[in-house]
Design a protein around this ligand. Sequence first.
Ligand code: SF4
Length: 729
Amino acid sequence: MRRVTFSRNFTLSLSRTCRCYCKYCAFATHRAHLYAPDEVESVLDDAARRNAKELLVLTGEQPEVNSEVAARLRSYGHEDFTAYAVWACERALERGMLPHTNLGVLSKEDLARLREVTASQGLMLESVNPDLEAHRGSPTKHPARRLEAIRAAGELRIPFTSGILVGIGETPQERVQALEALAAVHAEHGHLQEVILQNFVPHPRYYGAEPAAIADDAQRSESHGRPAEMPAWGSDVTLDEMRLLVRESRRLMPDVGVQIPPNLSDWWLALVEEGATDLGGLSANGDHISPEHPFPSPHRMRKALQAGGHALTERLCVYPQYMDRDWLEQGVLDVIKASYWSFIPRRGSGRPTQRAIRRELVPAAIDRARHGAQLEAEELTALFAESRPEAIEDMRQAADELRAELAGDTVTYVVNRNINVSNVCVVGCAFCGFGQGRRSPDAYEHDREEFVRRVEEAVAFGATELCMQSGIHPDWGLADYEGWLRLAREVAPQLHLHAYSAMEVDHMCETSGLSPLEVFHRLRAAGLGSTPGTAAEVLHDGVRQRISPNKLPVARWVEIIEASHAAGLRSTVTVMFGHIEEPWELAEHMRVVRELQARTGGFTEFVPLSFVPYLTLLGRTHGIEEIPREENLKHTAAFRLALGRSVPNLQASWVKMGLGAATEALRWGVNDLGGTLMEESISRLAGSGHGVMLTADELIGAAHAAGRPAAERTTLYDIRRRHPVPLAA
Ligand code: SF4
C-alpha cells in the first residue's frame, strides 16, 4: 500500500490587493483589501475550532503598493505587509496551527522574516516562458525573478513548495523545462518538498464579491460553480499531458512530492496511479483561488484511493524530513513537538525522547544478553534505541546465538486458520483498521452456517489450530463466546482452539460479573485450548492512553493473562511496536512480560507485531509511517535479547513484515514463522499487503531458503512432522 498525503488546512486570504495583473486570476483586486486584526483573530479561532493543523496564508503581491492598504497597516502598528503577515502567523502558532505562507515574490530579507514564524513557504514558478500573454502586466511573473526567490528560500533553508501552471499558453516543452529549472534549484539546496502540477481552469470574475465567502459556501454545500469559457491565451490540458508531467517530476526530482489539486479535475485519481503523491491542502473553508471548485471530502477521496491500494493520510505543511533545527525555528518546532509530535520521523533510532540513551552500556549488555542474562531497563532502552550499524550487527549475532541455544536450528510453523467472527467493536483503538461501529457499512458478523463452513474449510486444509478473535461486540456476552467454542468443537473436535484476547475476556467478565479465573474455567469447559497474548500492544499505560484509551490497562491485562495460566491454559504474548512508543516504554513492556513469565511460566512464544499504519486513525491523522525493515529486524533481535531465557520461542509475523523480511528475521533471533492463517483480516484491514494466507510449503520454503530445517508444530510446540533441508542436487 502507498500513502497519499494531504494537509488539513484553513485559508486566510490576508489581503487580496495585488500589484500584478495576471489574466487568469480571480483572486486579486487593485482596490484596498486587508483583514483587520480582529477579523484575523476570528478567522484563526474558526480554523482552530475546525481542527486545522495548517494555516495557509494567501495574499496578493505587495499589497502595500496601494496607499490605503499602507495606511491601514500603519494604523495597525506594522511597518509593512510582511510584518503584518508575521503577526498573523504568530497568532496561528499560539493556537497550535502551523503557518504556510505564499505572499508572492519576496526579497530574501522578507523570506527570512517569515521563516521565523512559518513551518514552510511557497511560490509557484508557473512557467519558464517570460512572454506569456496571461502574465502581461505582472513583472514578478518573470521566471528569473521567481527562480531567484525560490533559490533565496533554499539559501535560507526554508522548506518550500513550488510548482507549475499548465495550460496558460506555454508549450509542452516549456512545462518540462519549468520542472527542470525547479529540479536544478532543488539540486542546489534540497529545500523543495513538493511541486504542484496545477492545471489552469478559467474562472468567472468576482467583481465586488468576496472569493473567501464564495469558497466557503461552495465547500459547505459541495456544489461546483458553472465552468467559465477558456480565454484565447489559454488551452485545454489532456490527461495524458498531465500524466507525462507526473512522470517527469518523479524522474527529475525523485525525492520531492508531486501534488495534484483534487478539486480542479476528475483525473486526480489517475494521476495518483501515475505516481502523484499528494493532494495538497484541503482547506476546510474552500479554495480561495478557485472558489467555485470545492475540495472533495477526505472521506470520499479515502474510499476512492483505497480501492486502488492507496491510503490517504494527513501530513503537516512541513514534510517530515525538514522537521529539525536545520530547517525550522525553535518556536515552530516547539509547536510541532507539543501538538504534532507523532509526525516527527523516527530517524532510525526511536522517537525523540526526554530520557538519556546510555549508548555506552550497549556492548556489555549485548555480551550479557548473549548468555541469557536479564538486562536492566537502561540497557534495554539503549538496545531499542541503537542506531550504530556495528552495534546492531553485534545484537543480531547475539540474538542468533541465543536462539540457537534455546530453540535449536529448526524453524517451526503451525497449520492454522483464523476466524474473526465479527468486526463490530465499541473500543475504537487508534491503531486498528479492523474494528467497525455496528452501523458501519463495513461491519460484519458471521452466522452459524458461515462459521461452520469456515471450520470445515480449516479441517480440509489440514489445520490443527483454529484461532478466533473478534471486535468487542456490544451484544455479546460470555454465553456467545462459549457458543462459538462449542460449535467449533462440535464440528471439528480435533482442532486446538486458540481464542479470545484479554480484551474480549475482560468484556466477558464485565458482562457476566465473573472473575477472569471463573471465565477461563467456563471457556475451558467449552473447549478453549489456549489464549492469544494479543491486546498487549505496549504494556505501558502512558502509551495505551494515547493509542487506545478505552482498552484495558496494563494491570488488568496482566491479571487476565495470569488467570488464564492459573486455569491451566498456556498463552502467547505479543508486542505492537513501531508507532508512537519510545525505547524505554518497550523496555518496560519487556519487564512486565518477564516478571509475569517468572511467576507462571505460561507463555509459549513471544510475537513482535510491527504496526501497519495505512488505514488506521494513527496512520491517517498522526503521520505514523511503517517501520523500515532494518528497524523492524533490529527490534526483533532486541526482543530476543530482552527475553533472555524466559520465553524460548520468538515468532516473526509474515503478515506484518512480509515473508521476505520474516525469512531474514530467522537470522535475528527468530525460530518460528507462525501460522498459515488462511484468513487474515486484522492486518489486511490496516493496510498490510502481505496476503491473507500462506501454504505450509511456502513456510517450509522460507526456512529452507535460510538454510534451516523446518517442522510443523502444534499450538503448544509439539513437533508433528519434520522437513529437513533438502540435500543439494
Ligand atoms: S484493536 Fe480490537 S478492541 Fe481495539 S478497536 Fe480493534 S477490534 Fe476493537
